[in-house]
Design a protein around this ligand. Sequence first.
Ligand code: BGP
Length: 443
Amino acid sequence: MFKKDFLWGSASAAYQIEGAINTDGKGSSIWDVWAHIEGKTFEGTNGDIACDHYHRFKEDVQLMKEQGLKAYRFSISWPRIIPKGRGEINPLGIKFYNDLIDELIKNDIIPVVTLYHWDLPQALQDLYSGWLSPEIVEDFENYASVCFENFGDRVKHWIVMNEPNIFTQLGYILQIHPPGINDPYMYLKAYHHTALAHAKSVLKYKSMNQGGIIGSSIAFSPAYAENEEDNEALEHYYATGPWWFMDSYMKGEYPEIGLNYYKEIACLPEFSKDDMAILKEGAELTDFIGINYYQTAMIRKHETYGHEQVKNPNVEHTDWGWAIDPEGLLYGMKELKDRYDKPVLISENGLGAYDTLTDDLEIEDDYRIDFIKKHIEACDQAIEYGVDLIAYMTWSFTDLLSWLNGYKKRYGFVFIDFEDDTLRRIKKKSYYWYKDVIENNGL
Ligand code: BGP
């Protein structure tokens, strides 16, 4: 049974929808620059215009209102607020988010705000290599304070970081996100700085007594061992993966097995006592654990790397090879309950698919309905198990830019015709279906 005030929501991120990348005093972000380097994104796609949400947010909020959405998660673009990352504040950036927040509230939609969804001010990348420098922690805390001061009277749900595990792995090991580095030591360092930025922002927020709740969202892929002999590898996966990412935010520590492994392969940065004390303090005051759930992983042992991921033959996969596994969401939430026992906020879940617009201008996305329905059932069972679930947010409300997969990988309830200059919005079948789910509080 879902609580009466359960947050049925949907999500987005600034770079993926706003467009207007040089408008009204906004500074450049690392994604504005990266997406313009040849060969970095799918067919050279970028967020220069995206959904043009910056100019059309009222139309988009009306679509949310009509669907009955209870909550809308969006991110604030740091360089729109502080163009150089530190120093001068951009009043027009503040105004844009004030207008959006007011518009949502006027339409009875609760704003759930992410502070960092990957669009770091390019100026800070140039100045001190962004997340690699400890200097970023203070700059981030200042940026967070500016947001709390300006929006905190109306925003009562804050997500500090979005998927710090993904942007650091993709940016500092796999080289497919900015800054395009492959160095495990730097990866761990950058991750550690995100954890400090989270903790400091939480402490700052709590010192301001604004009465809302705050946490961060981690991309969570619960996993299974392929065979019994892979159980140790599974432990290794968790200790260097999910528990590494979440323990630092939720407990203020790193798992022992992970620490030993990174020491052994000589890439463990030094984490000072002071840093660890800050992580602990921040963890204690973190109100909830946010998760973005898309898929599970299957693990096999690997002689050199401790573990590797293999394709799970027992489940179906999306067109992009992501395992479809609603039961994995239940399994994962049980693990979280047993490990952290804090409220859970699902900040993303959804299906990326190719949608077709029929001649009658309809989108029959039954596959998306089926996907979301099964995941909502898993949420219901998790609540039954004792998980304190606050929210379920789909990714995404409208179709939007996929960082590396362009505009054809669609997730939205609202189709956007990216081939048409008017960027017209068309409601999909799933839009009406979710409206009904919300009306009946998930029943
Ligand atoms: C998450 C991100 C989102 C979104 C989503 C879908 O990792 O937080 O921003 O992009 O994944 O991913 P993709 O666009 O790669 O399909």
